[in-house]
Design a protein around this ligand. Sequence first.
Ligand SMILES: Nc1ncnc2c1ncn2[C@@H]1O[C@H](COP(=O)(O)OP(=O)(O)O)[C@@H](O)[C@H]1O
Ligand SMILES: [Mg+2]
Length: 254
Amino acid sequence: MNAVTTSAVRFEHVSMRYGRSPLLALSDVALVIDEGEFLCLLGRSGCGKSTLLSLAAGLETPTAGRVDLGGRRVGMMFQDSGLFPWLTVHGNIELALRLSGVPKRERSDRIAELLEVVRLPGVQQRRPHELSGGMRQRVALARTLAQECQVLLMDEPFAALDAITRDAMHDEIERIAGERALTVLFVTHNVREAVRLGDRVVLMQPGPGRVASELIVDLPRPRRMDDPDIAVRAAVLRDRLDEQDELERRSAAA
Ligand SMILES: Nc1ncnc2c1ncn2[C@@H]1O[C@H](COP(=O)(O)OP(=O)(O)O)[C@@H](O)[C@H]1O
Ligand SMILES: [Mg+2]
């Protein structure tokens, strides 16, 4: 008997045009993300990765086609933590809990739990400027988890972090996504990061933005960035990106 997989996010023939732009930001994207899948969207700048996330979040409406999440709740995380600088860590996470309808008497315990989950206990009274970049992203993750989302949309969330901090965040997000059975759409232009994290990597290409190819990453977890199996798969994707660049150069020269 086959295992039954439910889809969590479906993009059906999705095209997107911003305003009167002559160019499509996305053209006829068909993509199904399974429940609990960690999917990485990889591609050069301008190929429509952020647009895909905005559509999944319902922040934009597609020009054509359909995006279906079956009513699942989404949480978003960006390169910038987006924490309110005038609120403490407690205040920032509490706001998310309040908006999710968590009663006031339960919020302090929930905040402490969430900070445990992201391994940053005891920082409730600090303000964002008193935290390192990595710590701010941990708080941002705690705040996103506070919304009890089933689908996590992440747009280059670790791109501004140093390599050591980024490695640590990869371990955390892999663990948390697994423990909570989250469906994750993770945008990156970092090939190794995509392979380190993804169950599958979808390679996009620009002009107009579209899906170029995909790679299943059938490696056991937890993974490590310096695993040679990751390097081998990253090289495959890097070759594909180089091919895209070469074709683009030729068509520009023609
Ligand atoms: N709000 C917007 N208004 C107009 N054009 C946009 C907007 N957002 C993105 N675009 C255009 O859509 C295309 C895809 O952009 P984006 O989704 O941001 O790509 P990526 O995240 O892969 O860099 C680009 O050509 C970009 O200039
Ligand atoms: Mg982007």
